[in-house]
Write a protein that binds this ligand. Structure first.
Ligand code: FAD
Length: 220
């Protein structure tokens, strides 16, 4: 059903991706912008601060762990002195209204944001008219244009916009009707999958995945 993607040896399209899994970029601005990528996979925002929405959960955790390390070491040193008042433990200082840790209600990282967004985007194709009027097509084109400017992971947005604007026009949104639009979105998603070194999705099955449910009945 799905084919294996072949990571290619090109220069990174995503400044935050390792070269081995990223593709070439037409956006020279990002190629020059070494400030966006740090060795630990952390991606910086345009203001130079860490961009959580552009960074994987693992890299983010590594950064916060590193940042906490000196503080933890300092508190270990002071705790050996009984005359020094200890700060409350993290559980003592938490208000009772906090969700249980198992609920994992934390701000999204690049992956969580991506999964939720693909759900929205593919669901939009699933509910798109089988034959769209000119007005519906214009609205969707505007949405995609704005989306590609406003998506909170700015490096993702930049690349998505660059891909859509490929000079030959081959990646322009196909908005005539649901079937075309759904397949186009699947191809757009596969472009990101390829760049991240992930398996491609077989676009013949986009509608089973996102609209009707699988024919074997597992979603019924
Ligand atoms: C526009 C956009 C750009 C992004 N750019 C980046 C980026 O530059 N760097 C980065 O690290 N992350 C990026 N992401 C996030 C990335 O695509 C993934 O969402 C994230 O890595 C989590 O991946 P996942 O393996 O959980 O599945 P996802 O890729 O989020 O996919 C969710 C589900 O969609 C289905 N699916 C997979 N491929 C397809 C397809 N082609 N068509 C239809 N359905 C499919 C599968 O059932 C899968 O489980 C971007 C997301 C979006 C929406």
């Amino acid at each position: 059903m799905a084919e294996e993607s072949q990571p290619k040896p090109f220069k990174p399209l995503f400044p935050h991706q390792p070269a081995a899994t990223a593709s070439s970029s037409t956006d020279s601005k990002k190629d020059d912008d070494s400030t966006t990528k740090l060795a630990n996979g952390l991606v910086l925002d345009k203001d130079g601060k860490p961009c959580r929405l552009c960074t994987s959960a693992a890299s983010w955790r590594a950064m916060t762990k590193q940042a906490k390390a000196p503080a933890a070491a300092a508190s270990t040193t002071t705790s050996t002195n009984d005359s020094v008042a200890k700060p409350p433990t993290s559980s003592e200082s938490k208000p009772t209204s906090l969700p249980a840790p198992t609920q994992n209600e934390c701000p999204p990282d690049v992956e969580k944001l991506g999964r939720s967004t693909w759900t929205l985007l593919h669901s939009m194709t699933a509910t798109y008219p089988t034959k769209a009027t000119p007005e519906q097509q214009t609205e969707m084109r505007s949405f995609l244009k704005l989306f590609s400017r406003l998506y909170p992971c700015w490096v993702c947005a930049d690349d998505f916009r660059t891909w859509m604007a490929e000079p030959s026009g081959k990646n322009e949104p196909r908005l005539g009707g649901r079937s075309d639009f759904g397949t186009w979105m699947c191809e757009a998603h596969n472009e990101v999958n390829r760049k991240l070194g992930k398996k491609e999705f077989d676009c013949r099955f986009w509608e089973e995945r996102w609209r009707t449910g699988w024919k074997d009945g597992r979603c019924d």
